[in-house]
Design a protein around this ligand. Structure first.
Ligand SMILES: Cc1cc2nc3c(=O)[nH]c(=O)nc-3n(C[C@H](O)[C@H](O)[C@H](O)COP(=O)(O)OP(=O)(O)OC[C@H]3O[C@@H](n4cnc5c(N)ncnc54)[C@H](O)[C@@H]3O)c2cc1C
Length: 277
């Protein structure tokens, strides 16, 4: 089973320590790659770069740097990719990003109009490009067919694999895989899993991203607001169950959205004896 981990760049000295503890904890699992997110519009530009550089300098991990094109000019993006080339980054997770307050997307007049154009530019520069995929449809898509057509265009532009938006319902992932096969989409689609004890946080994120929270999951966390140990147990059980279903249905890879809290992710991987070999 291929595994990969997502981290976000730290915004304080304390957060930096937490991040590096998390990276060090998960490094022995030998992930296929670790990705570092990028604040839409460049809000974490230097922090993402520094974090990716430190991964290259101080670990044996392969970093994938996220990059968004919202609110950026093509020149700004070029500066970023030129710096990545200099330090040896080969893999980019290319996404459009969201406008402030999730307003309707408007391309920058001197920027890329869509993620497709960004992907095309990056793959022309020989980066290995991973993109996003939405098992519950992206909220901007008018229909599922349109969403899948858009994914196809990102693949035609050079994307070699996609990571899905986080999802807690295995049936949705399974149905999505079938749908993609019907549309002749054959690149690896890596299910994204978010193991966390912060159920309130998940509910908030789900609203923002238009993803669903299954009722059974809500019941599991019911009444556990002040019981962290119980929440840890539930979160671990839920993540293990999801991974087991992926494994027994021949999925080849899992991407963990670690939220820089790696203990849960580590214990899930250890319980299932999954590491990237
Ligand atoms: C794996 C992953 C990693 C992410 N990393 C980051 C990150 O590091 N930083 C960050 O800020 N955000 C990140 N995001 C969030 C992402 O930026 C948002 O979900 C954003 O709303 C969409 O960007 P995208 O590239 O995923 O979408 P796109 O694939 O560009 O668009 C999503 C859908 O919207 C529709 N659409 C978009 N543009 C058009 C158009 N011009 N015409 C018709 N239909 C259109 C299509 O149906 C398309 O499939 C990530 C998301 C995922 C799943």
């Amino acid at each position: 089973m291929d595994i990969s981990f997502e981290f976000f760049p730290p915004s304080s000295e304390k957060a930096e320590i937490v991040l590096w503890d998390s990276i060090k904890l998960l490094e022995p699992l030998n992930p296929n790659f670790v990705s570092v997110t990028y604040g839409a519009g460049g809000t974490t530009r230097d922090r993402t770069h520094n974090c990716v550089k430190k991964i290259i300098d101080e670990t044996k991990l392969e970093p994938a740097a996220h990059l968004t094109c919202v609110n950026s000019t093509k020149d700004e993006i070029k500066e970023i990719t030129d710096r990545y080339k200099k330090i040896g980054v080969k893999h980019i997770v290319a996404v459009r990003g969201d406008m402030p307050n999730f307003d309707n997307f408007k391309p920058h007049p001197k920027g890329y109009k869509t993620s497709i154009d960004l992907v095309k530019n990056l793959s022309e520069q020989n980066f290995n490009v991973t993109v996003s995929a939405y098992p519950e449809k992206h909220p901007d898509a008018l229909s599922f067919d349109e969403d899948i057509e858009f994914l196809k265009r990102k693949i035609d532009a050079g994307a070699t694999q996609a990571i899905t938006q986080f999802c807690f319902d295995f049936q949705i992932i399974l149905a999505y895989r079938d749908l993609l096969q019907k549309h002749n989409i054959n690149i690896p689609i890596i299910p994204g899993l978010m193991p966390t004890t912060n159920f309130k946080g998940i509910q908030k994120m789900s609203k923002q991203c238009s993803t669903s929270i299954p009722k059974w999951l809500e019941y599991k966390y019911n009444g556990l607001e002040d019981r962290l140990d119980e929440r840890k147990k539930v979160s671990k059980e839920v993540a293990i169950d999801f991974c087991q279903k992926l494994i027994s249905n021949d999925f080849r890879a899992i991407h963990f959205y670690t939220l820089n809290q790696s203990e849960l992710t580590l214990s899930v991987c250890q319980s299932l004896n999954i590491s990237d070999e």
